[in-house]
Design a protein around this ligand. Sequence first.
Ligand SMILES: C[S@@+](CC[C@H](N)C(=O)[O-])C[C@H]1O[C@@H](n2cnc3c(N)ncnc32)[C@H](O)[C@@H]1O
Length: 267
Amino acid sequence: MQAKPLQAGEKVLLIDGRDRRYLVTLKSGERWHSHLGLVEHDDLIGGPEGRSVRTTNGARVLVFRPTFADFVLKMKRGAQVVYPKDIGLILVNADVFPGARVLEAGTGSGSLTLALARAVGETGLVVSYESRQDHHEQAVANIAAWYQSLGGKPENVDLRVGDVFEEITDTMFDRMVFDLPEPWHALEKTTRSLAPGGIVCCYLPTIPQVQQIVEALRAHGFGLITTLEGLVRTWNVEGQSVRPDHRMVGHTGFLVTARSMAPNAPS
Ligand SMILES: C[S@@+](CC[C@H](N)C(=O)[O-])C[C@H]1O[C@@H](n2cnc3c(N)ncnc32)[C@H](O)[C@@H]1O
């Protein structure tokens, strides 16, 4: 397969010898400046990714297109983003499939929205509510930047400003994903707008919130209620030093998923 050359307007990740990562948008005539020296964008444009270049001071820098996880960790944040380690768990446990219609709130910085849009694909739809105008605008910018770098537009994402507790309509969704402090307020309307068998997934940082949502899900007749958290530990593998890294992300959030029951079904 022919490697696609890097183009002006694309984002690249420059990685120095100490694994410091810099997200750069390529523009003809511009330079990347750092304490390691300069790199001319024109020396990267037209070349392949996956190579090592030298700065004007002779330091080596790796050049790659950013992965989705690289991008969400580097993009500007209005609200705290869902970390890549949890995004994977959410997509699988909420069973977000190609063609699914997903309701999300709050959009925040748009990290999870992007992941949901990738998972539902061109035939699916993500409707995402954000109550804060500034967070909504940051998410719009982040999502546009990611798609622009890929040369496309987010046709399957519908970003709306509003309180999801007020806004959920009787439109039917296959999946609902809530990353906001009090998702239990949404359940009254969720039960009407989530197809039987559909999945609601709540991402919550604290156990009192988990207790409250689980009790509310039971009270609203949801089935198969499951709570989990994901711990990810990277390892150092160098010669005889084969051990977990000293630092890890200790806690992010808990995931509570549940399935919608058909009317009058015993849960
Ligand atoms: C933790 S952030 C979401 C981060 C997002 N999942 C991401 O990965 O970028 C929570 C967001 O929910 C929004 N929010 C809180 N209550 C809301 C509501 N009732 N309706 C819509 N958005 C709400 C907040 O303004 C905030 O931006």
